[in-house]
Design a protein around this ligand. Structure first.
Ligand code: CP
Length: 357
């Protein structure tokens, strides 16, 4: 029915000119096609993931990451596969800590592969609120589903569940420890941006310089990403950690990464480093217990930041004031594509579970 009280002159003309279906900004599906053509198919590394729970980025080798990215690119080009390999399988999606992207992209991936889902979004609705042990909860979950995806503020929860769990589990963020599938999504975005970075023995000019604005000691996304980056040490001119934290690395972390071949440097001077960076990864929060810590709030990126031409910005999100929305419609915004691509890399990973059943 027409609202006759509405005076046409009062209508916001800006709203009138907006398309009914908004444009999708900064998606790079064309690059997924290029990546798919570039990587030669080699299924054997993915077969090794078939019986694995995924807890840490340390479980992956270089071939696994490359082949997962290839499969993710295939899914990005065809997000509604004709074959529905997870039909009849049940995912238990247990998120005992807030999440927008990880839970929904895992669930989207599982749905797209044809499976069913039981979702827990609040530990207070389960026996954990009554003091039930993780081991007992895991015993129950083993009888109710085929795979568990767990996010918990307690970094030991995933290990305690594994003591009695008889189905695989994927760590979707355990305290400040790790978030391996987020880091897989980061790697997929990086290789989509520049596919040649998967190669061995790159010349200095072909390498990328990465800046990570964050604290590896406290941020699980950064911890997992650094481990994946260290699988491709020749691809990075260097990895600069931009932080003014008193403790940037946890005990032994820097040594481990350097032993794995990563060239690391710490700087507190974002202004000086920024114009030299090809990839800027920024994050300012770490979820700890029931709330979050803020780190490096003096480091901010906006449209006036001195970014190198063609540099890309990644952010695991959720963002705060460290990343201005005025960058969203620029070519530097690869963070939305990173969040979207998480569905496809998770579809790739979940496909490996098909070989379990
Ligand atoms: N990247 C990430 O872990 O986001 P969520 O907290 O929304 O899952």
């Amino acid at each position: 029915m027409v609202d006759k009280s509405l005076n046409v002159d009062e209508v916001d003309t800006e709203l009138q000119t907006q398309p009914l279906v908004p444009e999708v900004p900064n998606t790079h599906t064309d690059r997924a096609g290029e990546l798919l053509d570039y990587i030669k198919e080699k299924p054997s590394p993915l077969l090794e993931l078939a019986n694995q729970s995924i807890v840490s980025s340390r479980q992956f080798n270089r071939d696994m990451v490359v082949q997962l990215c290839r499969l993710a690119a295939k899914y990005e080009l065809n997000p509604i596969p004709v074959q529905r390999p997870l039909t009849g399988k049940i995912l238990i999606s247990a998120f005992y800590e807030p999440s927008t992207r990880t839970r929904l992209s895992f669930e989207s991936a599982w749905h797209r592969l044809g499976g069913d889902i039981m979702s827990i979004t609040d530990a207070a609705t389960t026996g954990i609120a009554k003091g039930e042990s993780y081991q007992d909860v895991a015993e129950m979950l083993s009888g109710y589903g085929d795979l568990v995806v767990l996010r918990d503020t307690n970094e030991h929860a995933v290990y305690e569940m594994m003591e009695s769990l008889r189905i695989p589990i994927i760590n979707a963020g355990n305290g400040v420890d790790e978030h391996p599938t987020q880091a897989l999504a980061d790697m997929y975005t990086i290789f989509k941006w520049r596919k040649g970075l998967i190669e061995y023995d790159l010349k200095p000019k072909q390498r990328a310089r990465i800046g990570i604005i964050g604290v590896p000691d406290r941020m699980r996304t950064v911890r997992s990403l650094l481990l994946f980056l260290s699988l491709f040490p020749d691809s990075w001119e260097e990895v600069v950690i931009i932080s003014d934290a008193e403790k940037v690395f946890s005990d032994g972390q820097q040594e481990e990464l350097e032993e794995r071949g990563l060239k690391l440097r710490v700087s507190s001077d974002l202004k000086k480093e920024l114009p030299k960076l090809d990839i800027i990864y920024i994050n300012a929060i770490a979820w700890v217990g029931d709330s979050y810590e803020e780190h490096g709030m003096e480091y901010r990126l906006d449209r006036n930041s001195k970014l190198k031409k063609n540099a890309i910005i990644l952010h695991p999100l959720a963002r705060g004031e460290e990343l201005s929305t005025d960058l969203d419609k620029t070519e530097h915004n690869w963070y939305f594509d990173q969040a979207r691509g998480a569905v496809f890399i998770r579809m790739a990973l979940l496909t490996c579970y098909v070989w379990l059943f």
